[in-house]
Design a protein around this ligand. Structure first.
Ligand SMILES: Cc1ncc(COP(=O)(O)O)c(C=O)c1O
Length: 427
């Protein structure tokens, strides 16, 4: 095997050195970051790219002003769109709508989709984050759509049930590609086949999936994919809606304003002026765009592309297995989901089984009681209220991993669960 065909090495320690948050201390404590499902840590390289953009450019982009500085800003904005399209293996930059995140992308699709009387059904799953569930719930409350919720069991989407819920009146099916609570990977491609057989369009939430996986929209077989920049190491408040070009053109703008129109016709009299909108994506991106967000996203995606994807997945799967083995030693907690599914994802959640195991106290324990360290995990309902209601639990504890997470960190966490359980529950 020559050097070119050897599997790429994945040096976790070298990767960690690029993340200043992992190397410093806070009040004498080192961070053990197990909250990458909430947001991925940001590298020095991404932060520098963002700062350099604001310091060196920061001028109005070319859709509005057309001076030299604005051309340079616009060039970077366009390069970010092209890089995002390439990252997703999309057909081209015309399929990329920049948004403020997955939430805005889901709101855009829920509000802008051209439902009609023949097709006004929407099916979502009980695994959806509120970012996706609530826009459709509110559309149903406004009487615009008929909403059905497909159940999951142990984190597995019930595809038979989905098949029965999707009819020839279904306009849209929305599925998360990876639940932010149950982990694993949802069968988005199979769900899409079910939906498309009935002529429905498919929206996929990739916010969690892209944390440790790569997406290929050319083969996924869906119509829309959304993700957030901050969950792949990019800046906060920025994100992407990918859509097939013809589907994006069909979306009604739900947010209108500057940058969206070819013209506004008006005779200056009493007749209402009329707006003539541009094609997508511009039509769907009202207001001055977040140019810096686009530059930061491009840098974060470039960093992701430099990592060997298969080695990252193998590494994260190993962390999930190790966490499961560690948690199995504590009878006071029950892991959500099935081990064989969980290792395909990047997180492990549990609920207490002992009445004296308080998730809130445990969180305080993780932050204050471990010598020289504090562990960042997420405790609560994780904006997944439908799922927690379905499970009948009020809160869960989630440890989630990024490419930079280590086995030592998962061991420390599992030991902390055991030692807290001994103190609080006596076993
Ligand atoms: C599965 C999933 N979808 C959507 C979102 C919403 O992302 P954002 O708040 O960046 O829009 C999240 C965030 O946690 C998520 O985990």
């Amino acid at each position: 095997m020559n050097a070119a065909s050897a599997p790429a090495a994945f040096d976790v320690e070298a990767l960690r050195a690029r993340y200043p948050a992992l190397t410093g201390e806070r009040d004498g404590r080192r961070l053990v970051y197990l909250d990458s499902a909430c947001t991925a840590l940001k590298s020095r390289r991404m932060a520098d790219a963002l700062a350099a953009f604001y310091a060196d450019f920061g001028g109005c982009g070319g859709k509005r002003s057309t001076h030299r500085l604005s051309h340079e800003v616009e060039e970077r904005f366009h390069a970010a769109r092209a890089a995002t399209a390439a990252f997703l293996n999309a057909d081209g930059p015309g399929e990329i709508v920049f948004t403020s995140g997955t939430t805005e992308a889901a709101n855009l699709v829920a509000r802008g989709f051209p439902y009609d009387d023949a097709r006004r059904g929407v099916v979502i799953t009980d695994l959806e984050h509120n970012a996706v569930a609530l826009p459709f719930l509110e559309a149903a409350r406004r009487g615009e759509i008929d909403l059905k919720i497909c159940p999951s069991h142990d984190g597995r989407l019930d595809l038979n049930r989905l098949e029965s819920l999707v009819t020839d009146k279904t306009a849209l099916v929305a599925v998360t590609h990876a639940s932010n609570v149950m982990g694993g990977v949802a069968p988005a491609a199979e769900a899409a086949k079910i939906a498309r057989r009935k002529g429905a369009r498919v929206f996929v939430d990739d916010a969690q999936f892209l944390g440790t996986h790569r997406e290929d929209v050319a083969t996924l077989g869906v119509d829309f994919v959304a993700f957030s920049a901050h969950k792949v190491g990019g800046p906060f408040g920025f994100g992407v809606l990918w859509g097939r070009e013809n589907e994006l053109h069909r979306l009604r703008p739900w947010k209108v304003g500057g940058g969206t129109v070819k013209d506004v016709t008006w005779d200056g009299g009493e007749a209402l002026p009329e707006a003539v909108y541009l094609d997508a994506p511009a039509r769907l991106e009202a207001g001055v765009p977040d140019f810096g967000g686009a530059v930061g996203l491009r840098e974060a995606l470039a960093e992701r592309e430099e990592l060997p994807a298969a080695a990252v997945r193998a590494h994260v799967a190993g962390l999930v297995r190790r966490t499961l083995a560690g948690l199995a030693k504590t009878s006071a907690v029950r892991v959500l989901g099935l081990a064989e599914d969980l290792e395909k994802g990047g997180l492990v959640s549990f609920v207490p089984t002992h009445p004296d195991f308080s998730v809130q106290d445990f969180n305080i324990y993780l932050n204050n009681e471990l010598p020289g360290r504090f562990v960042a995990v997420r405790v609560g309902e994780h904006c997944a209220h439908l799922l927690h209601r379905r499970l009948g639990v009020s809160a869960s504890v989630r440890a989630s991993f990024g490419p930079y997470s280590t086995a030592a960190e998962t061991d420390l966490y599992a030991d902390a669960v055991a030692s807290y359980a001994r103190e609080a529950c006596g076993g």
